[in-house]
Write a protein that binds this ligand. Sequence first.
Ligand code: AMP
Length: 194
Amino acid sequence: MINIVLFGPPGSGKGTQAQNLILRYNLKQISTGDLFRHNIKNGTPLGQLAKSYIDKGELVPDKVTVDMLVDDLVKPTDTNGFIFDGFPRTTAQAAVLDEIVREHLISEITICIALVVDDEILVQRLLERGKTSGRTDDSDESIIRNRISEYYRKTAEVAEHYKQQYKYVEIDGVGEIPEIAEKIFAAIDKVKVK
Ligand code: AMP
């Protein structure tokens, strides 16, 4: 089993690279952002709650996020493992993820791939995405900047969790998408159990 944490600030290319990883390794992507947006679209109580945070560029509380993630993780799937995209975003979530993967998958996180992109490039990418994504949190520069601040305030420290486990690899997230994908594949192929 391969379980990958795709890590990095908003706009660093996690969702894009997840698509490449799915095809290469036959994995299921779990994106907590996508799960929230699905709930918002369907008008669920969870969606309503999440929207009040997302629209401000703040993180949704851990308990709500973790419960939603577990619901998706336990669904039957015939893939070789999972890509966690946008989760964990706090040190508490990182600790819970280790437990969940151990308990529900009888496995562990294989690697944390961190995509590194300069802040100003992130802002430009997100504003550009906002023109077509229909995402309210992508179309306003002050919300985008708040999301990046939240990343530094609460999420960047998650890197330490995986560094301590010798599972943390940084990849330059600026460049051509296929070239970045190749670098990610090389990092995974180095550590994956054959
Ligand atoms: P994303 O699609 O990953 O950029 O996430 C969009 C928004 O959903 C974030 O700005 C947060 O408000 C919320 N969100 C997504 N994942 C998480 C998470 N793991 N913890 C808390 N909030 C999250």
